[in-house]
Design a binder for this molecule. Structure first.
Ligand code: ADP
Ligand code: MG
Length: 153
C-alpha cells in the first residue's frame, strides 16, 4: 500500500456499543471526517501502528478499518485499540495515529473465543513488528510532538 505510513488525527466519538470494552479490547472510533479522508488504497482490514491521546505518550496500537454497520456498510469506520491501560475513557479527545503496516483482512469468527484469540494474536504481531527499527522510529516522529495538534488536519 503506497499510502503507508499514513498519519492522521481526529476526535474520538462513541461507537456502536458492540461491547469491545467488555471483551477487554476497547476500540476508540474516529469521527467521520477522519474516515472520509482515508486514501483509497488503504483497504479494510487490521493494521498496526502508533497512537497518542491528546498530548500524551505514544503507544503501540492495532486498528481495524471496516464497514460501518451504522451506515448500512456504505461507509468505513476506523477503530483503534491502544495497547495501554488508561485510567479513564477519552471520548471527545484528539487521537493521533500513524498506520505503519497491514496485518490481515477482516473476517468473521465462529465464536467470541476465536475472535478474542485473533485480536490477541494481532496485538502480539503489532508489538513485535513495531520493534523493527524502521517502524520504531515513527514513534518519535514530529507528528506526535507538534504543538498545533488540536483541531485535526
Ligand atoms: P465504543 O462503542 O463507544 O467505541 P468501546 O467499548 O469500543 O466503545 O470503548 C471505546 C472507548 O474506550 C474509547 O473511545 C476510549 O474512550 C476508551 N478506551 C479506554 N482505554 C482504551 C484503549 N486502550 N484503547 C482504545 N480505547 C480505550
Ligand atoms: Mg469501539
Amino acid at each position: 500500500m503506497k499510502s503507508l505510513p499514513y498519519f492522521c488525527r481526529g476526535e474520538v466519538v462513541r461507537g456502536f456499543g458492540r461491547g469491545s470494552k467488555e471483551l477487554g479490547i476497547p476500540t476508540a472510533n474516529f469521527r467521520d471526517s477522519v474516515v472520509d479522508n482515508l486514501p483509497a488504497d488503504i483497504s479494510t482490514g487490521i493494521y498496526y501502528g502508533w497512537a497518542c491521546v491528546g498530548n500524551g505518550d505514544v503507544y503501540k496500537m492495532v486498528m481495524s478499518i471496516g464497514w460501518n454497520p451504522y451506515y448500512k456498510n456504505t461507509k468505513k469506520s476506523m477503530e483503534t485499540h491502544v495497547i495501554h491501560k488508561f485510567k479513564e475513557d477519552f471520548y471527545g479527545e484528539v487521537l493521533s495515529v500513524v498506520l505503519v503496516g497491514y496485518i490481515r483482512p477482516e473476517r468473521s469468527f465462529n465464536s467470541l473465543e476465536a475472535l478474542i484469540a485473533a485480536i490477541n494474536s494481532d496485538i502480539e504481531e503489532a508489538k513485535m513488528k513495531l520493534e523493527l527499527p524502521e517502524h520504531h522510529k515513527l514513534k518519535d516522529d514530529n507528528f506526535f510532538t507538534s504543538t498545533t495538534i488540536m483541531n485535526g488536519h
